[in-house]
Design a protein around this ligand. Structure first.
Ligand code: CU
Length: 165
């Protein structure tokens, strides 16, 4: 079932100070992407060794004339992986599971803390800072991409259980 996997290694080994704006502007030299969907700066927010789940983030660019949906994600070593979106509902940050993530035609979607994200749930072992999580993304145009997300510190913007202050 994985014979069509197109492997794209985008792991950033040397972590420099990064923000989403520079991530979008920074054009990594990379192999041609026949699907027109390109992943930038995939990363996992570091968490304590007993964390029940981890957030995974990235920039997804869609260089085609049609909307593409991210349908699912898979990572080995986790009980399950879900597509989530955090929204502010009357001051309460609430995250809900999504059936898919829409990647606009000739646009993109930003997965970041406090917004769209991929939830790695039930890790066998919580990865440490600097380690890489391999995740497979499945899109509705029939393509699959594997990305390597580096674990690093991220500023805490949400608390899943409490009011944000
Ligand atoms: Cu979540």
């Amino acid at each position: 079932m994985f014979n069509k996997i197109k492997t794209t290694i985008l792991a950033l080994i040397a972590i420099t100070s990064f923000n989403s704006a520079s991530a979008m502007e920074h054009n990594h030299s990379m192999s041609h992407q026949p699907t027109g969907v390109v992943i930038h700066d995939p990363w996992v927010r570091s968490a304590p060794p007993n964390a029940p789940m981890l957030g995974l983030f990235m920039q997804i660019s869609n260089n085609t004339n049609a909307t593409v949906k991210l349908l699912s994600a898979y990572a080995k070593g986790y009980q399950r992986v879900e597509l989530h979106r955090t929204t502010n509902q009357d001051g309460l940050m609430k995250m809900t599971k999504q059936e898919f993530m829409p990647i606009n035609a000739n646009g993109g979607l930003s997965l970041k803390p406090g917004s769209w994200h991929i939830m790695l749930i039930g890790p066998n072992t919580v990865p440490k800072e600097g380690e890489v999580v391999m995740i497979t993304l499945k899109f509705d145009n029939g393509t699959t991409q594997m990305v390597h997300a580096v674990v690093r510190k991220g500023k805490i913007m949400i608390d899943h259980n409490h009011h944000a202050h």
